[in-house]
Ligand binder design. Structure first.
Ligand SMILES: NC(=O)c1ccc[n+]([C@@H]2O[C@H](COP(=O)([O-])OP(=O)(O)OC[C@H]3O[C@@H](n4cnc5c(N)ncnc54)[C@H](OP(=O)(O)O)[C@@H]3O)[C@@H](O)[C@H]2O)c1
Length: 255
């Protein structure tokens, strides 16, 4: 199939800040056109948009936690860009809910929220983007942002770890079912990397312990994660379809 190396239409969920913003910049600098999606942080998303190299980028806001919201976001991205060649499923929530300290009511609500955003929005956007790619017959790429927590455990964030494991499994199933259409699907499984969301943890008391998780003695950077995603979305990465790529500075070695 004829997926180009540049000038692709790229939808990045959750690009108001953090990794999503860094991903938007990486694709724009590569020469692609980006739909910068945001949930609630419109001002931050506008700052992301304003910082992008090149032209033709668009802003697409919307809550992804229900199927209608995901359909609205994908539909507006398709209309504004003329299609989707690359989908990056980056939007996620990660809220603490250690079982021993969490009421049943809160536990059930937080599980629902994690499943809705982390897993179901990923599945729904994947369907919507892949159907656009199939209908146009051009092939494409889907890259999911998973997590090391799927393998290492998340004692204070169990729904986060479980939904990220499900995202990896979803990506592997879709890699098989979408290959006949020239669509490659891969996931990255990052360890701790620095973004606004986790900056307070890195600068606080647990910062040293987090850095010590890696033998490099540091957390990762969003740029390191974005470089891998850009490669997985490239034409030469078709053969990496189905992979779950560890990006954790040797802090957790899977066997
Ligand atoms: N940072 C780390 O150490 C780390 C490690 C492993 C994996 N990850 C993964 O990397 C990705 C980015 O993380 P980050 O640290 O950059 O987090 P972040 O700054 O919190 O970004 C999350 C994004 O998801 C969007 N979002 C959340 N709920 C949404 C909803 N209901 N509807 C629409 N959008 C929603 C947010 O949009 P708004 O802000 O506009 O509402 C935000 O743009 C996530 O998938 C995360 O799980 C992060």
């Amino acid at each position: 199939m004829n997926l180009p190396a540049t000038d692709r239409r790229v939808l990045i969920s959750g690009a108001s800040r953090g990794l999503g913003r860094t991903l938007a910049r990486a694709f724009a600098t590569n020469g692609d056109r980006v739909a910068v999606h945001f949930g609630s942080r419109e001002e931050d998303a506008r700052a992301t948009l304003a910082s992008l190299d090149g032209e033709g980028h668009v802003l697409v806001g919307g809550d992804l936690s229900d199927p209608a919201g995901a359909a609205d976001v994908a539909g507006r991205a398709v209309t504004a860009l003329g299609g989707i060649d690359v989908l990056v499923n980056n939007a996620a929530v990660n809220l603490p809910h250690p079982l021993a300290d969490t009421s049943y009511e809160d536990w059930a609500a937080l599980w629902q929220q994690h499943v809705s955003v982390n897993l179901l929005a990923t599945a729904n956007l994947s369907h919507l983007a892949a159907r656009d790619m199939i209908d146009r017959g051009t092939g494409g790429r889907i890259v999911n942002i998973g997590s090391r927590g799927a393998f290492r455990g998340e004692p204070d964030h169990p729904a986060y770890g479980a939904t990220k494991a499900a995202v990896h499994a979803l990506g592997q199933s879709l890699a098989v079912s979408l290959a006949p259409y020239g669509i490659a699907v891969a996931s990255v499984a990052p360890g701790f990397f620095e973004t606004e969301r986790v900056a307070h943890r890195l600068s606080g008391d647990e910062g040293a312990a987090i850095r010590a998780q890696s033998p490099f003695g540091r957390a990762g950077t969003a740029e390191e994660i974005a470089a891998a995603v850009l490669w997985l979305a490239s034409p030469v990465a078709e053969w990496a379809s189905g992979t779950v790529l560890d990006l954790n500075g040797a802090s957790h070695l899977r066997t």
